[in-house]
Design a protein around this ligand. Structure first.
Ligand code: BTN
Length: 262
């Protein structure tokens, strides 16, 4: 892949500027640097390989050469309501989930807040990093990593959750760049109604573990066990505790796991 070829694949999408790298530390890091140069809303950074890909909670994201998709979209606050910022993680996960369902016939689901699973295994992670100045957002970077070919699946010792990739789930190879284009198409279209109830319903409707017992793992705190109810309008998770009390959790440094109550 090169910039010219990528420009032509993505030509019919309403993107800002486009940057392509064969190797990069992290597309989120590059997007943050690029923001400083004043690039427009919906500018996109794509890399074939990341040497310091970032995951949530300070984890690394594995992106070896030629096997996955790693890209970051820059959002400018004047173009997006700040109340919608907490929904951006859902936007990325929902776009991947819907494309895997509609174009690849895979039974993809979202593990709140940011993972896409197929067959109970993770194949996509989303990392939104916003640059706050006081209460104001200067920019937000929405980064998505998709495991496409088997080489992109991290070794078990490095994965925080059982992992897979699109090609293993499908049983056949796919064209990565077509997948990128389709995900961006859905993402940009869903971005237009991110503040609507319909968006929240679509995000919630694709959540895994609905009505099931789950546990929330938080650094330095006891796990919280409860039944997963759905989402609040800010994208926080609704759960009912064993005593029937309803509680809510913001994404933050939380990890969700299924809980076997038997
Ligand atoms: C996670 O599941 O922990 C989130 C992973 C997000 C990885 C993507 S790959 C593209 C973008 N650049 C990064 O450095 N991270 C995100």
């Amino acid at each position: 892949m090169d910039l010219r070829a990528l420009q032509s694949i993505l030509a019919d999408l309403p993107l800002g500027s486009l940057a392509y790298f064969n190797v990069l530390d992290s597309t989120n890091a590059q997007a943050e640097r690029w923001v400083e140069d004043g690039v427009p809303h919906l500018s996109l950074v794509v890399a074939d390989e990341q040497t310091a890909g970032r995951g949530r909670s300070g984890r690394a994201w594995f992106t070896p050469r030629g096997a996955g998709l790693a890209f970051s979209l820059i959002l400018r606050p004047e173009q997006i309501e700040s109340a919608s910022i907490p929904r951006l993680t859902g936007l990325g996960a929902l776009a991947v989930c819907e494309v895997l369902q509609s174009k690849y016939d895979l039974q993809a689901q979202i593990k709140w807040p940011n993972d896409v699973l197929v067959g109970g295994r993770k194949l996509t992670g989303v990392l939104v990093e916003a640059d706050w100045q006081g209460d104001e957002i200067r920019s937000a970077v929405l980064g998505i990593g998709i495991n496409v070919a088997p080489d992109s699946v991290p070794p078990e010792s490095e994965a925080g959750f059982p992992a897979t990739c699109v090609e293993t789930a499908l049983g056949s190879p796919i064209d990565r760049w077509t997948l990128l284009r389709e995900v961006l198409r859905v993402l940009l279209s869903r971005l237009l109604d991110i503040d609507q109830d319909e968006f929240l319903q679509a995000w919630e409707g694709n959540l895994v573990y609905q009505r099931e017992w789950v546990q929330l793992l938080r650094e330095g705190s006891e796990p919280v066990i409860g039944r997963l109810l759905g989402l609040r309008s800010d994208g926080s998770l609704r759960m009912s505790l064993p005593n029937g009390e309803e509680v809510f959790f913001q994404a933050g440094e939380i990890h969700l796991r299924k809980f076997d109550r038997s």
